[in-house]
Write a protein that binds this ligand. Sequence first.
Ligand code: ADP
Ligand code: MG
Length: 476
Amino acid sequence: MAAEEMVNTLSTEDQESWIRIQDSLKAEYGEATYNSWLKNIDLKEVKNGHVTMTLPTKFLRDWVINNYANRIRQLWCLQNKEIQSIDIHVREIQPAKVEESSRAFVSPTTLVDGQGKTKLNGANGVQNHSEANGSLKSQLDPRFTFENFVVGKSNELAHAAARRVAEAKDNIPFNPLYIYGGVGLGKTHLMHAIGHAIAENSPQKKVLYLSAEKFMFRFISALRYKDTMNFKEQFRSVDVLMIDDVQFISGKESTQEEFFHTFNALVDQNHQIIISGDRSPTDLEGMEERMRSRLGWGLVADIHPTDYELRLGILQSKVEQGNISIDPHILEFLAHKITSNVRELEGALNRVLAYSELVGRAVTLESTQEVLRDLLRANDRRTTIEEIQKKVAEHFNIRMSDMHSARRARAVARPRQVAMYLAKQLTSRSLPEIGRKFGGRDHTTVMHAVRKIDELQVDDSSLAEDIDLLRRMLEN
Ligand code: ADP
Ligand code: MG
């Protein structure tokens, strides 16, 4: 009854907005994060410019408020201009429908007292206990296998390293394996593939895959339920530990500390660790120095942005797997145009196919352009200063942080000037804006860099080639 009443106060429009917002959240934060934190948010009421949503526990509520509320509010405002504010409450539960034991867990009043301490004990405590540590099972996506992973220049090192780790019997080839690269380039896919392969080849091995965010969640829960011993034991008893998106625990000191100990314990026992991050260990800001150095101990493999051939290969493989017939020119068009990442590329293909199925006509270039108008425009405008800095830093083998640093040594100053030059050429940013992105430099510095690089190129053909190559990569 109560649930029905709740739904009735929501207009269809509000419900549709909410579905779109959930889709955006899923796309922005990824499936795993969405499932851990955001999936259980219920929309309760939209009234007088105020949105009320609910979550089942205070812990979840606090977490979502601290980490995601701003974005959720922005998304609401985009859907409906009248929205002024949002709020997330802890869900009232309906006693008649909820079993005694789970009610004790769900209800925030019995779970936590004023100081945030656990009050539960006895039989109910056991349930919290298992929840705190979870069953520590990896949830592997069945689609993310080595068979479904298309190898190209940009990911061949990471792929080969992943294979090596997955096929190792007792010897550990490198520890840890650290895979890094931008979003949607296949890091999670490779880690799941390792998990599947080990489960198949060495079923006796205990493999644990989880995101750094989940690791932290488990750790905090263990602290909360005073169950850190069990937590430690569970993590230290695995043969292969995979932690995805480690950058998430940057700046989270106690989680880092715990991770550091777990890491060392596993390395000492000669157990395999595989880590992914969105940047190299040395560039992980907010990560303790000793942790950064440990992360770089084994093999560090980066996944570069895709090139045209790989994008086309991935599309072809998807089409083959799905037994889909589509004009090859459409695939070429997509591989040319959607250059940001593989996730977006897959999404584009799916949208085009869904549309053609809906209207009952074969996919044409026109319908593709029509359906993907927004995406194509976004990809056109793609070149950002960060992208330029990253590419230039990679090309000249300097650190990304040197783009912002005050170091004047020629080896870093020249590439920095090249990046400023390309930023001026390839983006519509003003000189002061560009200066700000390079560690708050003055616009005259940028102007000087642009002139300097212009002049140098006349006589220095190797520099001119470098710049030409970078430009083509960035415009790609
Ligand atoms: P990341 O973890 O680096 O953000 P994911 O592993 O989640 O990226 O990859 C995003 C999507 O792109 C997934 O659906 C994945 O299957 C797909 N993908 C990425 N790289 C490849 C590849 N080389 N071959 C096939 N699919 C890929
Ligand atoms: Mg990922």
